[in-house]
Design a protein around this ligand. Structure first.
Ligand code: MLT
Length: 262
């Protein structure tokens, strides 16, 4: 296993395992460590690459008002170049899914398959855009601890283990304010990308926790219905953080899909 920090302008990357590359894109405002359980299960068969998106985890902080999904996606393409990876199975959760869709649109030739986890393809409506500004304002008013507490109630299914809530609290409270605000502003302006799914030329898997309150299963059903190349997997007992909440079931479904398309 190798796990090396890179220079300031580079994204920090966890890079482990051997085989076809699976690229894991984390959710907001977390870090690559949200994929630790999945990577442990997949690394015996795949090279698993999990970056910290710009501004999060061990990557350098963001300076600027907006981090667009396109900018994150282009960061990822440059990171794959640096790691000599031409093609990857791309897996993204929630904001990582928005970025995966932007990557699929801008770097389609590099995709082996696409897996969208607890996410959506639509742009924000007017109310959603207002909620992004409200979230950024509230973060600055109440601070990271209260922001994290509120967010965690929406991220996991009722009854989720204390240990999981604690991991999420640590991640959310570690995110720099400017990175979190810039990501919110980027999610606010992201365009609709349902057409990317309709036009996708590779197989794709849509996964969602059955109890996901933030991006409920009907959104996943709609994404899976966009194109005949799709598979849909709903994960019982999981909320929005299905890879962390039900790691065995999540990894088994993902591994089955990857095996069919490796
Ligand atoms: C995430 O988990 O990345 C966020 O819930 C995404 C969002 O706020 O839309």
């Amino acid at each position: 296993m190798s796990s090396a920090p890179h220079q300031r302008q580079h994204l920090y990357v966890r890079d482990t395992g051997v085989g076809q590359t699976v690229l894991f894109l984390h959710g907001f405002p977390l870090s690559h460590t949200m994929w630790d359980d999945a990577i442990e299960r997949l690394a015996p068969a795949y090279r698993c690459i999990a970056p910290d998106l710009r501004g999060f985890g061990r990557s350098a902080p963001v300076h600027g008002p907006v981090m667009s999904m396109e900018t994150y996606a282009d960061d990822i393409a440059r990171t794959l170049d640096r790691l000599d990876v031409t093609h990857a199975h791309v897996v993204g959760l929630s904001m990582g899914g928005y970025i995966a869709l932007a990557f699929a649109e801008r770097h389609a030739e590099r995709l082996r398959t696409l897996t969208l986890v607890d996410t959506r393809a639509e742009a924000e409506d007017e109310a959603g855009r207002a909620r992004r500004v409200q979230a950024a304002t509230s973060l600055l008013e109440v601070g990271r601890a209260a922001f994290a507490r509120d967010m965690i109630t929406k991220l996991v299914a009722p009854g989720a283990a204390l240990e999981l809530r604690a991991r999420l609290a640590t991640l959310i409270e570690a995110a720099p304010y400017e990175s979190t605000v810039a990501a919110l502003m980027g999610m606010k302006v992201r365009p609709d990308r349902m057409h990317v799914l309709r036009e996708l030329a590779v197989p794709y898997l849509v996964m969602c926790g059955e109890l996901d309150a933030l991006t409920p299963p009907e959104l996943s059903r709609a994404m899976a219905a966009a194109n005949g190349r799709s598979e849909l997997a709903l994960i019982p007992g999981a909320g929005h953080m299905s890879p962390m909440e039900q790691p065995d079931m999540f990894a088994a479904r993902l591994a089955g899909f990857l095996e069919r398309h490796a």
